[in-house]
Design a protein around this ligand. Structure first.
Ligand code: PEP
Ligand code: MN
Length: 348
């Protein structure tokens, strides 16, 4: 079994490798817990602003190697160029990952994929910084075409403008779609870069377990207050162990017959309601089509903003009484309305 094909895989270690003592002390504390599979550390740091600490460079690799010798933990580093790959392979890095600022750039991804040709290296691909699922898929395809088979994905969230709840918005629908498209690729959650702070890490980690992810990558530093990068989000090895102990692990299947029966009964009801919804939506669209025809005969615009406003207010008011999320019903009604407009425009 290869390195990343394990349920509840835990990758931990500092955002950046800063000194030999720091990485070895961190590795020893992590190893002691018996819960960590792979040690991570950034050697080359892609930073948003120039002048910030940009990584310790190649000497960090020999420190990672030393940490591996002392603890037996395999190690992984981020690579962004073919030169990084060459250096990492010289030190037999067990795992490479490409960061969110790299997977966004097809030239860089191709360069890294080409430099891995002929190896059986394990590579994890972080989602690109922007919510462009095609870029993420394209990156996977570039590695697959280069003959790399040990591929996994890391969900680290997507950047957005202004102050938001998360450093990087999780947009769970994107990794969920990736899991559907690539069920054979392990999906790892990186709560550190999603949250950007410590207090919500466990919430996001638990959510990823509930969504049947394969593991976690969490930034861990022996002394987070003095970390040179991402100090707000790094936790100590002890805090990490506590966090892991408090998670509820979940399985996809149950041995419990009663549970399976109950679940199947409820699922039959869901299928029934899905069929009902589809036929109701079809009826609604048929009426919209008729409205489109008479609007056209009378030379009336398809879009009637006042009417749309009325529909939206009425349905949102009603949704509150039915305990349905306001923003969900807004999105749902917007999708229905757009489709109605498309149908009304179709034949003319
Ligand atoms: C990192 O893992 O330290 C890192 C730079 O992450 P990302 O590419 O997700 O920003
Ligand atoms: Mn980081």
């Amino acid at each position: 079994m290869d390195l990343i094909n394990k349920k509840n895989l835990i990758i931990a270690g500092p955002c950046s490798v800063e000194s030999e003592e720091q990485i070895i002390e961190t590795a020893i504390a992590l190893k002691k817990s018996g819960k960590i599979d792979i040690l991570r550390g950034g050697i080359w740091k892609p930073r948003t602003n120039p002048g910030s600490f940009e990584g310790i460079g190649v000497k960090g690799l020999s420190w990672m190697d030393q940490a591996r010798k002392e603890t037996g933990l395999p190690f992984g580093v981020e690579v962004a160029t073919d030169k990084h790959v060459e250096n990492a392979l010289n030190f037999d890095a067990n795992l490479l990952w490409i960061g969110a600022r790299t997977s966004v750039n097809p030239f860089s991804v191709q360069m890294i994929a080409d430099s891995l040709k002929g190896t059986d290296q394990t590579i994890l691909i972080k989602n690109p910084v922007n919510p462009d699922i095609k870029l993420w898929i394209g990156a996977i395809e570039r590695f697959q075409k280069a003959g790399i088979t040990k591929i996994g994905l890391i969900h680290r969230g997507f950047s957005s403008y202004g102050n938001t709840e998360f450093r990087n918005n999780p947009l769970w629908q994107i990794p969920i779609e990736m899991k559907r498209l690539f069920p054979e690729l392990p999906m790892i959650c990186d709560p550190s870069h999603i949250c950007g702070k410590k207090d919500t890490l466990s919430l996001i980690a638990q959510k990823s377990i509930d969504l049947d992810y394969n593991g976690l990558m969490i930034e861990t530093h022996i002394n987070p207050k003095n970390a040179l990068t991402d100090k707000e989000q790094q936790i100590t090895p002890n805090e990490l162990i506590q966090l892991l102990n408090n998670l509820t692990l979940k399985s996809t299947k149950s041995e419990n017959n009663h549970f399976e029966k109950e679940l199947n009964k409820l699922r039959e009801q869901i299928d029934f309601y899905d069929d009902e919804l589809l036929s109701l939506i079809s009826n609604r669209m048929n009426i919209a089509k008729k409205i489109g025809e008479i609007k056209n005969q009378n030379e009336i615009t398809v879009l009637q903003s006042n009417r749309w406003n009325e529909i939206l207010n009425r349905t949102i008011d009603k949704s509150e009484k039915l305990n349905l999320g306001k923003s969900f019903i807004r999105k749902y009604m917007e999708a229905i309305h757009l489709e109605s407009i498309r149908i009304q425009n179709e034949d003319y």
